[in-house]
Design a protein around this ligand. Structure first.
Ligand code: GLU
Length: 417
C-alpha cells in the first residue's frame, strides 16, 4: 500500500470541489501550490552542553484573502507534505467561516516530552528567529497546535518583539491573557466542536440529551469538547490519549478524567469502577451516536472505516479521515462534519484576539463566546445549504463555499505582474 500523503488528499479534494462547481482550471490552479515553503535548521544548546539540531518548517499556503494564519506543531514525525496539507486546510478553514485570512502552518521535528522546559524555550526562540522574515501581524500569524500551548506562544511573541524593538502582541494568537491573549481562546476549538455537534443533531432531528459520544484525544480540543458536550447532557462513553482509551457504558465522569490527565496521568493507567480499557482502534469503532476524532491525521482510514458504527463523525482534528475512508463513510450514510468547519472555533477566536491586539482593547468572555457562536453557526448554515444545493457531502459543501470565496478573491485581485 502506498504511503499515506496528506497533501495528495488535499489536491484530490480541491479537484473534486472544483469539478462539482464546474470551475475553470485557471481559477483554482494556483491553490494547488503553497505560496512559500521555508525549511530551517534549529541548533539548540541542550542542558548538558551538547548542541542538537532540530528541523522546522513554515509553509504559507495562500494569502489571497488576507494574512496567512495557522498554528505551529511540535511533533517528532512531522514531514513537509504534512505541513503543506495543514497549511492548505487553514486556507479553506478561514475561507469557509469567512475570516479575512489565508492559511499557513509551522512545525518542528521534536518530541516536547523528550526535552526540558528550558531546552524547549531555547528551541522555540531560535525557531522564531529563523522564521522571522515570514511572520508578522500583517503577513503571517502563528498560533497553538499539537503539543504547543500558551507558554510557547508567549515565547514567540517575546522573541519577535525583541527583534523589532517594541512589543508586537498581534504577531501570534493563543497567548497568555496577561500579554494580550483573548478570554475564551483556550476553550474555543472545543467550544466550536460542541456548537457544531449540537447543530448537526438539531438538523438531523436527533435529541441532544443522552446522545452517546466517543472522543479520540483528551488534549485541548478533545478534553474541552468532552467537558462542554457532557454539560449539554450528552454521554461521553469513551476518551483516549496516546497510551490508549477508556470506556464506560453508562458514561464517563468527564471532570474526573480531565482532572487526572491535567495532572499528567496516562489513560492506560486510569482506574475507576466500571471503566474498561480499550485501544484507539476500538474507540473509533464503538457503537455511539457521535464519533469525534480530535487527535491526529489519518485515523479513520481503510484499516478501520468498514467497522465505524457512529451515525455522525465530527472532525475535531485536522485531516483525521482519508479520502478513501471518507467515500466509504458517505456510502454507509454516516454524516461527516468536516474539520475545516468543525474545528474552526480556534481560529475564529484567534481572529478576535488579533483584532483586540490591533485595536488595543479587550472583549469580555461573553462577547467572545456569543460572536464565536454567531460566526460558526452562520458558516454551518452556509455549508448545509451548499451541500443540499449541490447534492453532495458536507465536506464537499464546505469546500465549495470556501473555494468560491478563494477564487473570487483571486479573480478580483488578478495576477501580479
Ligand atoms: N491550530 C489551530 C487550527 O488548526 C488554530 C489555528 C489558529 O488559531 O490560527 O485550526
Amino acid at each position: 500500500m502506498a504511503k499515506y500523503n496528506p497533501y495528495d488528499n488535499v489536491l484530490e479534494t480541491i479537484e473534486a470541489a472544483a469539478t462539482i462547481l464546474n470551475l475553470p482550471k485557471k481559477d483554482y490552479e494556483a491553490l494547488k501550490y503553497p505560496e512559500r515553503e521555508l525549511k530551517v535548521a534549529i541548533p539548540v544548546e541542550m542542558d548538558n552542553g551538547d548542541v542538537k539540531v532540530f528541523e522546522g518548517y513554515r509553509v504559507q499556503h495562500s494569502s489571497s484573502r488576507g494574512p496567512c494564519k495557522g498554528g505551529i506543531r511540535f511533533h517528532p514525525d512531522v514531514e513537509i507534505d504534512e505541513v503543506k496539507a495543514l497549511a492548505a486546510w487553514m486556507t479553506f478553514k478561514c475561507a469557509v467561516v469567512n475570516l479575512p485570512y489565508g492559511g499557513g502552518k509551522g512545525a518542528v521535528n521534536v518530541d516536547p516530552k523528550s526535552v526540558s522546559r528550558a531546552e524547549l524555550r531555547r528551541l522555540t526562540r531560535r525557531y522564531t528567529a529563523m522564521i522571522l522574515p515570514l511572520i508578522g501581524p500583517e503577513k503571517d500569524i502563528p498560533a497553538p497546535d499539537v503539543n504547543t500551548n500558551e507558554e510557547v506562544m508567549g515565547w514567540i511573541m517575546d522573541t519577535y518583539s525583541m527583534f523589532k524593538g517594541y512589543t508586537v502582541s498581534g504577531v501570534v494568537t493563543g497567548k497568555p491573557i496577561g500579554i494580550g491573549g483573548s478570554l475564551g481562546r483556550s476553550a474555543a476549538t472545543g467550544r466550536g466542536v460542541m456548537l457544531i455537534t449540537r447543530e448537526i443533531l438539531h438538523r438531523l432531528g436527533l435529541p441532544v440529551l443522552e446522545t452517546t459520544v466517543a472522543i479520540q484525544g483528551v488534549g485541548n480540543v478533545g478534553g474541552t469538547a468532552a467537558r462542554l458536550l457532557s454539560k449539554e447532557g450528552m454521554k461521553v462513553l469513551a476518551l483516549s490519549d496516546v497510551t490508549g482509551g477508556i470506556f464506560k457504558a453508562e458514561g464517563l465522569d468527564v471532570e474526573k478524567v480531565l482532572e487526572y490527565t491535567k495532572n499528567g496521568g496516562m489513560l492506560s493507567e486510569y482506574s475507576q469502577e466500571h471503566v474498561e480499557h480499550i485501544t484507539n482502534k476500538q474507540l473509533l469503532t464503538l457503537n455511539v451516536d457521535v464519533l469525534i476524532p480530535a487527535a491526529m491525521e489519518n485515523q479513520i482510514n481503510d484499516e478501520i472505516v468498514n467497522d465505524v458504527k457512529a451515525k455522525i463523525v465530527v472532525e475535531g482534528a485536522n485531516g483525521p479521515t482519508t479520502n478513501e475512508a471518507d467515500k466509504i463513510l458517505a456510502s454507509k450514510g454516516i454524516i461527516v462534519v468536516p474539520d475545516i468547519l468543525a474545528n474552526a472555533g480556534g481560529v475564529i477566536v484567534s481572529y478576535f484576539e488579533w483584532v483586540q491586539n490591533i485595536q488595543a482593547l479587550t472583549w469580555d468572555e461573553d462577547e467572545v463566546n456569543r460572536t464565536l457562536e454567531k460566526i460558526i453557526i452562520r458558516a454551518f448554515n452556509e455549508v448545509w445549504d451548499s451541500k443540499k444545493e449541490l447534492h453532495t457531502t458536507m465536506r464537499m459543501g464546505a469546500y465549495a463555499v470556501a473555494l468560491e470565496r478563494l477564487c473570487d478573491a483571486k479573480r478580483i485581485r488578478g495576477i501580479f505582474p
